[in-house]
Write a protein that binds this ligand. Structure first.
Ligand code: ADP
Ligand code: MG
Length: 292
């Protein structure tokens, strides 16, 4: 399980080796292979990242601040240009087709949408107006959009209560729900969700992850979520990738990661035996078995 993420090592859980006779096993909805990202032409930030999201899966990218989680999501949704970043190597496929050169709006049309870190609702629009902005790429008309809106209100009762409030005056948790709800309005097959827990109280984080799980179960939408909150992410994801300085250093089913000693020590703050002390923190580099 501790092998680095290369495409050939995939398949611990979500891509079982089906016998050839199986009825057409679905390929992954997202496949990122050996992707390298450079900012400003010189700053190498992602150094060969590979990962997969199975159809209908919830997969987490874990790692500390600066590890490259946001860069990975933006590489997928083609939002790096605005940051003067560029994918310089590797391939990205969505639903079996290369998407490396598609614009973000074309990607949304195909069903892949990102919810940016920091929520980004339009503060001067109401919650409902915010939600409706998410439907602008849809070709299927008003009635269908209305139905989606009602579905979202069923999943997010808080948004229904707040539908006429200006988003700028709602709580952080409500804004995060609004951002996810707006993404759902595009009728996506996959949502890239960047740090949904950021700055929110633990019970609100839990509420948001429960919503992610409900959307996944109800609509079959796949999720790739970037999280520093490892404990929470591993409760809801089925599979995780640990990213450090632009490399996947560990990946595996969520359960295996939760039980992994290194993950416990470095990301869950549960050192075996003794309490974590500064001395342990200082030995961090030396003890990282996966980088040895
Ligand atoms: N626009 C940018 N220009 C240059 N470096 C950047 C830019 N955005 C991010 N970085 C650098 O890339 C690395 C990864 O950042 P990021 O993907 O935001 O990590 P994370 O989301 O895991 O916190 C960090 O070292 C960060 O300083
Ligand atoms: Mg980030």
């Amino acid at each position: 399980m501790s092998s680095p993420a290369h495409a050939q090592n995939r398949g611990l859980e979500h891509a079982p080796a089906h016998p050839v006779t199986d009825a057409a096993p679905a390929g992954p909805i997202l496949a990122v292979s050996n992707v390298e990202v450079v900012y400003d032409h010189v700053i190498l930030v992602l150094k060969g990242v590979s990962l997969e999201v199975p159809q209908g899966g919830i997969v987490a990218i874990l790692g500390a601040n600066g590890a490259g989680k946001t860069t990975t999501l933006k590489a997928i949704s083609n939002l790096l240009k605005a940051e003067r970043g560029e994918v310089t190597k590797g391939t990205i496929s969505f639903a079996g087709e290369r998407i490396d050169r598609l614009s973000p709006s074309e990607l949304v049309r195909r069903g892949c949408i990102q919810v940016l870190e920091g929520r980004h609702c339009f503060g001067h629009l109401t919650i409902e107006e915010n939600l409706l902005t998410g439907a602008f790429t849809r070709p299927d008309g008003r009635a269908a959009v209305r139905r989606s809106l009602e579905e979202i209100y069923e999943t997010f009762p808080r948004l229904k209560q707040r539908r006429t409030s200006l988003a700028g005056y709602t709580s952080g948790g409500e804004q995060q729900m609004c951002a996810i709800g707006r993404a759902m309005m595009s009728n996506p097959r996959m949502i890239l969700l960047d740090e949904p827990s950021m700055g929110l109280a633990p019970h609100i984080v839990e509420e948001i992850f429960e919503i992610v799980r409900a959307l996944n179960a109800r609509s079959g939408v796949s999720f790739l979520l970037a999280e520093q909150n490892t404990a929470m992410a591993l409760r809801y994801a089925t599979y995780g990738y640990v990213l450090e300085t632009g490399r996947v250093v560990l990946d595996g089913p969520a359960k295996a990661l939760r039980e992994n000693e290194d993950v416990k020590e470095f990301y869950l703050g549960m050192a075996e035996g003794a309490q974590k002390s500064f001395r342990n923190v200082k030995s961090y580099k030396r003890r990282k078995r996966w980088l040895a």
